[in-house]
Design a protein around this ligand. Structure first.
Ligand code: HEC
Ligand code: HEC
Ligand code: HEC
Ligand code: HEC
Length: 425
C-alpha cells in the first residue's frame, strides 16, 4: 500500500502508481493485478483488502485476478458483490464455484487503431491442466490481432502452458521483489515472474507488425520502479488516511496477541532505570540525535527515545504493524498496549535490548536483567533500515550509552558506599 518510511529510498506506494500508469495514454493500456492482495484473513487485512480494492477502482484497473484467498476474504468483508463494479474480476480458484457470483476465467479488452487492424488482448487465468484445456477450447477467432496473456499460479504447469501455441505471455509466481523476464528475449511465450509488494510495475509493450498477414503482435517487457520522486495522487493519499483511521477505530493495538513472559517478569519502563543508571539514561534520552531537516542544530532528543513520535508524525501511531518496533514489549504480556494505557512503554527503551526489568529493579540490581531481549537486526531489518548492514559499526557506536568500567562501579555506588542514592520502595 505504502512504504513504511523507516529509511530512505523505498519503492512502492499506491499513491504513486498513477504517475507510472499515465506514461501510457489511457486508451492504449490495460491495467492488471494478478491477485493475492493480502496474505491472510486477519482483521487488519480485511481493512487492507477493502482499501486496496477501492484504490484499484480509483486507479482505473481493468481486471484483477482473484485467488481463492481473495474470494474468501472478499466474502468475509462483505465485498464480493461489489467488486465487479470497481473492475472486472477473473479467477481460477475452486472457491469460485461455491460463490454466489461466478467470475469468469478470462477477460478481453479490444483496442482499435486508426491505421490498421485493432488488437484484442485477453487475460487468462488457470491453475490446473483441465482449466488450461478449457481455456484452449474457448479461444474464438477474431479479425483483430490477438494477444493472450496467462496468469499461472501453479509453476508445475509452465511447461504444458508453454506448449500451447496461442499463449503469448505467461505471468508466473514471484522470484523476487522485482518482476523479471524468465524467457529468452524475442522468444514466445514471454515468461515473466511477478514482483512483490508493489515496488515495481511490470510493463508488457505490444507492437503490431501490420506488414505481415495476419498482423503479428510483438511483445517486449520491462519493469518500472515506483520511486519516491513520482508525483502522488491526492485521492490515494486521502484513501491511505482513511485506512489509518479505520485501523485506529478498530482498536487493533488492544487486540494484539501477547506471549507470556518467564515467571514474575514484567516490563517497567525506561524511567524506572534512571535512578541507578542516570548516565545511561541521559545518553539514551539524547542520542543519537533526531535530525530535523532544514534546521541547523539538532534537537537533543535520542532517536530510540523518540521512536513513537515518528509514528505520530505520520499518523501510524495506532497501526500495530508499525508500533511493534517503535515501543517496548508489544508482543508480550505487560508490554505496550496503547499510549493512553501504557505511556511508560512508548519508544524503543532500555528493556527492548536488556529484557523486562522488574526483577532487576526489585532486587536493586542483584538479579541480572533477563527475559526476551531484541538484537539490533530484529528491528533494523533490510526492509526497515536499508543502511544498517553495511554500517553496523557506525550504528553501534551511535548508541554507546555505558561508561567504562561498566557495571561494578554502579554496584559500589548503590550498595554500602556513603552518599549512595536512597532507594524508595
Ligand atoms: C521491523 C521493525 C519496524 C517496523 C515494523 C516499522 N519500523 Fe519504522 N523504523 C524502524 C527502524 C529500525 C527505523 C530506523 C531506521 C534507520 O534509521 O536506519 C525506523 C524509522 C522510522 C521512521 C523515522 C524515519 C526518519 O528517518 O526519520 C519513521 C517515520 C517510521 N519508522 C515509520 C514507520 C511506519 C509508518 C511503520 C509502519 C508502516 C513502521 N515504521 C514500521 C523499524 C521498524
Ligand atoms: C538499542 C538497544 C539498547 C537500548 C535501547 C539500551 N541499551 Fe543498554 N546496552 C545495550 C548494549 C548492546 C550494551 C553493551 C552490552 C555489553 O557490552 O555487554 C548495553 C550496555 C548497558 C549497560 C552496561 C552493561 C554492563 O555490562 O556493565 C547498562 C548499565 C545499560 N546498558 C543500561 C541501559 C539503560 C538504563 C537503558 C535505557 C535508558 C539502556 N541500557 C538502553 C543495548 C541497549
Ligand atoms: C535500584 C537500582 C537499579 C535500578 C532501578 C536498575 N538497575 Fe540495572 N543495575 C544495578 C546494579 C547495582 C547493577 C550492577 C550489577 C552487578 O554488578 O552485577 C546493574 C546492572 C545493570 C546491567 C548490567 C548487568 C545486567 O543485568 O545485564 C544492565 C544491562 C542494567 N543494569 C539494566 C537496567 C535496566 C534496563 C533497568 C531498568 C529496567 C535497570 N537496570 C534498573 C542497579 C539498578
Ligand atoms: C525494538 C526495535 C529496535 C531495536 C532492538 C533496535 N533499534 Fe535502533 N532504531 C529503532 C527505531 C524504531 C529507530 C528509529 C527511531 C525514530 O527515529 O523514530 C531506530 C534508530 C536507530 C538509530 C538512529 C539511526 C541514525 O541514522 O541516526 C541507530 C544508530 C540505531 N537505531 C542503532 C541501533 C543498534 C546499534 C541497535 C542494537 C544494539 C538497535 N538500534 C536496536 C528500533 C530498534
Amino acid at each position: 500500500m505504502k512504504p513504511c518510511g523507516c529509511s530512505g529510498g523505498q519503492l512502492g506506494g499506491l499513491e504513486r502508481l498513477d504517475a507510472v500508469f499515465n506514461t501510457v495514454p489511457s486508451q492504449n493500456r490495460l491495467i492488471l493485478d494478478t491477485g493475492a492482495l493480502v496474505p491472510e484473513s486477519t482483521e487488519q487485512n480485511l481493512i487492507k483488502f477493502n482499501v486496496i480494492v477501492q484504490a484499484f477502482g480509483l486507479l482505473g484497473y481493468d481486471v484483477v485476478n482473484l485467488t481463492g484467498q481473495d474470494i474468501t476474504i472478499a466474502r468475509q468483508a462483505g465485498l464480493i458483490d461489489g467488486l465487479n463494479r470497481l473492475f472486472n474480476c477473473i479467477t481460477s480458484a475452486p472457491e469460485n464455484q461455491t460463490s454466489e457470483i461466478n467470475f469468469p476465467m478470462k477477460f478481453t479488452k479490444q483496442f482499435s487503431s486508426a491505421e490498421g487492424p485493432g488488437i484484442d488482448v485477453t487475460i487468462l487465468t488457470a491453475d490446473t491442466a483441465e482449466q488450461l484445456t478449457q481455456l484452449k477450447e474457448s479461444v474464438n477467432p477474431s479479425s483483430n490481432a490477438v494477444v493472450f496473456i496467462l496468469i499461472l499460479a501453479n509453476p508445475d504447469l509452465i511447461e504444458a502452458a508453454s506448449n500451447l501455441s496461442f499463449i503469448d505471455s505467461m505471468l508466473i509466481p514471484p522470484h523476487s521483489d522485482e518482476p523479471t523476464l524468465i524467457s529468452e528475449v524475442n522468444k514466445k511465450p514471454v515468461i515473466i515472474a511477478q514482483g512483490r509488494l508493489g515496488k515495481y510495475v511490470g510493463q508488457i509493450n505490444i507492437d503490431i507488425d501490420s506488414s505481415s498477414q495476419p498482423a503479428k503482435p510483438q511483445l517486449s517487457f520491462r519493469s518500472v520502479a515506483v520511486t519516491e520522486d513520482l508525483a502522488q495522487n491526492q485521492s490515494l493519499v486521502e484513501l491511505y488516511r482513511d485506512y489509518q483511521r479505520l485501523v485506529k477505530e478498530a482498536r487493533l493495538l488492544e487486540k494484539h496477541p501477547k506471549f507470556p513472559l518467564p515467571a514474575h517478569l514484567q516490563y517497567v519502563g525506561s524511567k524506572s532505570c534512571k535512578l541507578c543508571h542516570d548516565y545511561e539514561y541521559q545518553k539514551w534520552l539524547t542520542s543519537p540525535p533526531v535530525v530535523i531537516p532544514g534546521e541547523k542544530t539538532t534537537t537533543q532528543k535520542g532517536r530510540h527515545a523518540n521512536a513513537m513520535l515518528s509514528l505520530v508524525d505520520v499518523n501510524s501511531d495506532y497501526d500495530p504493524e508499525c508500533v511493534v518496533c517503535h515501543v517496548i514489549g508489544m508482543d508480550y504480556e505487560t508490554g505496550f498496549i496503547t499510549s493512553a494505557q501504557t505511556p511508560q512503554l512508548e519508544d524503543v527503551g532500555c528493556e527492548n535490548c536488556h529484557g523486562p526489568g522488574s526483577e532487576h529493579v526489585r532486587s536493586l540490581g542483584a538479579i541480572q536483567t533477563a527475559g526476551p531481549k531484541s538484537t539490533c537486526t530484529d528491528c533494523h531489518t533490510s526492509e526497515h533500515s536499508a543502511d544498517y548492514l553495511a554500517n553496523e559499526k557506525q550504528y553501534n557506536d551511535k548508541v554507546i550509552h555505558w561508561r567504562p568500567p561498566k557495571a561494578p562501579q554502579i554496584r559500589r555506588r548503590i550498595i554500602g558506599e556513603p552518599n549512595s542514592p536512597k532507594i524508595v520502595k
